[in-house]
Design a protein. Sequence first.
Length: 376
Amino acid sequence: MATLQPSIALSPTIPRLDRRDIWLVSPFYDLTFIIFSSVLLVFPHISHAFLQSNIYVDLIVTMLIGGPHLFATYTMTLMEPDFRRRYPVYARGAYLLPVLIVTLAVLNLTLLVTIFFFWASVHVIHQAAYVADAYRMKDPRGWRWTSRIIDYGLLFTSLYPIATSKLIHSQFETGGRTLLFPDFLRMEWLPYVVWVLFLGFLAAFLVKTVWEYRHGLFHGPKTLHMAVATGLFLITPTLENLDVAFQGLNVWHSFQYLAVVLYLNRLRARRGLMSSRMVQKISGSGFKLYGMCLAFTLGAGVLFLATLGLVVHFGWFETGQMMGSLLHDQVYSDQHYFAFYSVVLSFLLIHYYFDHFIFLGIDEKITPAFAPLDPR
């Protein structure tokens, strides 16, 4: 998707919109799989109510949706011969990440978790911005840089007003750890600055939306997507159990991502832009794509169990209690988290690494612009 192209000048005569022009795929596809799939964020909360364990919720979400979504990235990058041929240095750079991740897991697991959560927050927001851009670039009426800047500003500030306050007061806990925050930034007035930025962009967004409506430029699906994303980003850090809260956001993010990748892969195949026959075959069906990614996830699960067995056998990181007591939220296992983060983050941060390339739309052969296509 050519998100880096210059803004399109608005014509004095606003073109009449075809129904297909305002949706990425179709009303049913967009509302079901991209926007209102946000209702799935309740799944981790319901799971936690029954299991009473953050660790089990993490494992279930990772296996069912989080893992498959991250492996879907590879169908557009490492599994795509043309991508590896066109960007050899960038593709090979991904293999350095597991080395850095395992090293950090050994030396300072808390620092690794802190880096992961910061990068994860940027990644989730970047995906929301990509979807907004996809709507924007598909609109035949054109788009304005001011609109794009306001949308970006709103998304990139909405997650941090509450989170900043919790970080300053060492209240941002996840994975049994309090995330690190630089001492020189622990200033009581900093959250107010973030709030001012967020509220300023929110006011600009509301004014912009009214202006677009009055001038015939209102885009319903994009505005709905922005409203849902902004609301969820703002509310998530307010919840007490941040592990479960962010897994809820992750479920929506992951489900939406699979829907976007499925569509883009099918669009690439339709336009003759896909050089991998296997990816083309499995992308013909959402169930086939999910099944392959689930199989990769199960393989990563075996690697996680092997790593966990290894650290338990040799007594590495032996603090806390092990699996028999994990039903209690107050009990955490450093051995579990070392194995989990070492294995999962090795795949997950490669996913982040490649997705910045995808979301920026640097190469239309890899990330083609959205166009009408039967989603069946």
